[in-house]
Design a protein around this ligand. Structure first.
Ligand code: ADP
Length: 808
């Protein structure tokens, strides 16, 4: 390219004045095309700018034609051809000479300038000028592009910074954590609303004031030292609780973190403070309660006991210093009873991991003096000083457990006593009573040796002493003698005679020690049978090894001793009663016999008189004899019953078949006169007609006689007495019913007792001894049958039923 001269140089100079003055690409392009227009007057011109990313040429400016929509052609294509295809060339542009000049910078294509010259033949000069202009345009375009890139970058950086700052501000301003920046003198250069609020002061008032002015005086020195330390070591940071002083003089408890930071290129201290006043107060309140409550409390955290209250220390018997800060496992091993340790650990682990609240757990613990006590723990997970922890509360339940055990022991004791007493009281005689009692107490007290002996006054027939657990009969015999001999002493006993170890027997008893030794007795427990003032004998148990007799054991044996005495009294009463009964039976027997002999004689003569064997009778005499005979019969009936009652005990039932119909007929016939005299109709009925039963005809007749006799006797107003019999499965049921005075329901069972009579008031007394029905009952029992009575009540009649085996 040749140098520019003359007008061209001037034109180029004007280009440098017109173009490259702004940082606006569009304006520059416009200015450039304007300059081109005035400098060379082309027919047409266009500027394409390269878009390297798209590898296309962008049409940016047109000279001498209206603007067109943005358009581009791929790089490397011929722009003229593309312009024609796009129909962008105006008709006048088709005539002049065309040429294209690249716009480059340092070999990089920035664009292409297309020109249709205004002259017929474009001179070399014109092309030189255009090329120089294009060369000038290159750097201009590049600089603008560079500037724009830079500007965009700058803009984006600036906006990021302001955004971050805004975010930081809004965070710090809104957080509940107090934040402040202190300068080297410890004065506020920044403070957020939370901290200002904490200090009860407006933000502007805080600025430039020393932070220490808002700290309680006691803590100022320590804090100042801390600041210095943090300054000296930029890596340092510290955290501590602090009492801040509000403007109004109140104190605020805060957890404060201090850290060196650089702010606006100067070293500062960043202070962050959390208000923990509520927590501190809550803890204070908690501790105030915990220090005074009788409930034991511990807090465990990270396997350490971080808190224990005085009640806990007092209960377990260790000083607080020995509990506080101890490892949980070490401590549990120290105070929980070995049997319960593993479970206690498991309980704690469970609490820590599962965190179940208020689970109850009972365990034994050992005090330093070795005493074992019971406690119940309630565990729950809590947060303590900001971290998870386990709170255990304890109550000592030893008294409760002991009381429960005592009740249990008492119940067992009563049960044993009841068992011994009821079993022994069933004994039929003194010997049996003593034997059962001794066996039972030995078992209950787990004693290998035992015995009982009665004083001679109690058992005149000499009930021999009962001795168990001695080696052989010879030894037993000898022991019996020794005990009999010592019995005299028991009259003086006030309480039980307790020897835990015969080798250390008290002096009064030492004379028996050799015997004890001989029989291998090392410990013994003896109580009087009966009350101390009225001893009936002695009851004892013994052991072959020393033994400390328990209070319960002594009480049990004493109670048994008293109960045995009562049983003895009872047995003696029964014996007396049996003797009396025996005597009475014998008397009845004798009297009956004595009465029967003369009665037989009387009846004999009366019958002779009646037969007129002793001479004829007047009607009046006959009447009199008849009355006498009838009463003699009645007396005979009574005496026979009495005698039969005595004999019945040894009576053997003579089983024979009885045809009920025939038997009833006989009975009706036998009773017809008496029934007639009483104005009573006697009826009978048997179904089926051939009904038969098994039994002792003589006894059953006596039974029926009694039932019929009663039926007539208790039917004062006449009426009907009905005998019935029928089959009921393999039994025959007999019923004797009347329409008489009836029986009150509450007496129905008792009338079968011997000598029992229903009391009916003075006006309605009936003769009788109350033995008829008891006789019936005995007869029925001998037949393995059943007898019972039914009555709807007084005046409603009565029915007596008898169930006997049928003859199949
Ligand atoms: P007793 O010899 O006195 O008749 P029993 O043993 O035969 O004695 O009867 C006992 C009691 O049963 C009688 O005193 C009477 O009160 C009552 N008793 C028995 N049979 C009848 C009956 N058929 N009607 C009402 N009471 C009766």
């Amino acid at each position: 390219m040749s140098p520019l001269r003359g007008r061209d140089l001037e034109a180029f100079y004007s280009l440098t004045l017109q173009v490259g003055n702004t940082l606006n690409l569009d304006k520059e392009i416009e200015a450039f095309l304007d300059w081109l227009g005035s400098a060379i007057r082309p027919r047409w011109a266009a500027l394409f700018l390269a878009d390297e990313a798209q590898r296309r040429l962008q049409l940016r400016g047109l000279r001498g034609a209206p603007a067109v929509a943005p358009a581009s052609l791929p790089m490397g294509d011929d722009p003229w051809q593309w312009l024609e295809e796009q129909d962008l060339l105006p008709p006048e542009a088709t005539r002049g000479r065309r040429y294209a000049v690249p716009v480059t910078v340092e070999g990089r294509l920035l664009g292409v300038l297309c020109v249709v010259s205004g002259k017929k033949r474009a001179s070399q000069r014109e092309q030189n000028l255009v090329a120089a202009a294009a060369a000038y345009l290159g750097p201009v375009i590049r600089n603008i592009a560079r500037y724009e890139r830079l500007r965009e970058e700058l803009l984006s950086q600036v906006s990021a910074r302001t955004q971050a700052e805004a975010l930081f501000r809004s965070l710090v301003e809104q957080t509940l954590v107090g934040v402040a920046l202190l300068d080297a003198q410890g004065r506020f250069t920044y403070v957020n609303p939370a901290l200002a609020h904490m200090l009860g002061e407006a933000i502007p008032n805080l600025m430039d004031r020393p932070f220490l002015a808002y700290v309680v005086s006691e803590e100022q020195t320590a804090l100042a030292q801390l600041f210095e330390q943090v300054y000296r070591d930029p890596q340092a940071s510290a955290q501590r609780t602090l009492r801040l002083l509000r403007k109004d003089g109140r104190e605020v408890h805060a957890e404060v973190a201090i850290q060196p930071v650089t702010y606006r290129t100067l070293p500062h201290i960043l202070v962050m403070a959390t208000d923990i006043t509520e927590r501190v107060y809550a803890e204070e309140a908690y501790h105030a309660v915990a220090e005074r409550t009788p409930t034991g409390m511990t807090i465990m955290q990270e396997d350490r006991i971080v808190y224990a209250n005085p009640a806990f220390a007092h209960a377990i018997g260790y000083p607080l210093e020995e509990i506080y800060r101890q490892r949980v496992s070490t401590f549990l091993r120290k105070f929980i009873a070995p049997e319960d340790r593993e479970q206690a650990m498991r309980y704690l682990r469970h609490l820590e991991h599962v965190g179940a609240a208020l689970e109850r757990y009972t365990f034994r613990y050992v005090r330093p003096d070795g005493t074992v006590r019971w406690a119940q723990a309630f565990g729950t997970t809590i947060r303590y000083r900001g971290k998870p922890a386990v709170l255990l509360t304890y109550i000592d339940i030893t008294a409760l457990v002991e009381a429960r055990e005592a009740v249990q022991r008492r119940a067992e004791y009563l049960q044993t006593l009841y068992h011994i007493v009821t079993t022994a009281s069933r004994a039929q005689d003194l010997q049996g009573l003593l034997e059962t009692t001794v066996d039972l107490v030995m078992k209950a007290l787990e004693a290998p040796i035992g015995g009982a002996s009665l004083t001679p006054e109690v058992s005149p027939q000499q009930v021999p002493p009962v001795l168990r657990g001695f080696e052989d009969t010879e030894q037993t015999q000898e022991a019996a003698e020794v005990i009999q001999e010592s019995l005299g002493q028991i009259t003086h006993w006030e309480t039980a005679f307790v020897i835990d170890n015969w080798e250390q027997a008290p002096p009064p008893w030492q004379r028996w020690a050799p015997y004890a030794q001989r029989y291998g007795v090392r410990a013994s427990l003896a109580v009087p049978i009966g009350l101390p003032e009225r001893p009936l004998g002695v009851l004892f148990v013994a052991d072959t090894k020393p033994r400390s007799w328990q209070e319960e054991e002594i009480r049990l044996l004493e109670s048994v001793g008293q109960e045995v005495a009562e049983s003895i009294e009872r047995l003696r009463l029964i014996e007396d009663l049996q003797e009396a009964l025996q005597a009475k039976e014998e008397m009845i027997q004798n009297v009956s016999h004595e009465l029967r002999t003369p009665l037989t004689l009387i009846r004999g003569y009366l019958e002779l008189l009646m037969d007129e064997s002793l001479g004829p009778l007047t009607p009046e005499q006959r009447e009199a004899v008849q009355v006498m005979l009838r009463n003699a019969d009645r007396q005979q009936f009574m005496i026979d019953r009495l005698l039969l009652m005595q004999q019945l005990r040894d009576w053997e039932v003579l089983w024979e078949p009885i045809r009920v119909a025939a038997w009833f007929q006989e009975l009706a016939f036998a009773w017809r006169t008496q029934a007639e005299e009483a104005g009573i109709t006697l009826e009978w009925e048997v179904t089926p007609q051939d009904l038969r039963l098994q039994g002792d005809r003589r006894l059953l007749t006596v039974m029926m006689d009694n039932l019929i006799h009663n039926a007539i006797k208790f039917s004062p107003n006449g009426g009907t007495v009905r005998l019935r019999a029928w089959r009921d499965n393999d039994a025959v049921v007999i019923a004797v019913s009347d329409e008489g005075i009836g029986i009150p329901p509450d007496q129905l069972a008792r009338i079968f007792e011997r000598f029992y009579q229903v009391s009916r008031g003075l006006s309605r007394r009936f003769e009788g001894l109350g033995i008829g029905l008891s006789l019936c009952a005995e007869i029925v029992a001998k037949h393995r049958g059943r007898i019972w009575a039914e009555s709807k009540g007084e005046g409603q009649g009565a029915t007596f039923y008898v169930r006997l085996p049928a003859l199949l």
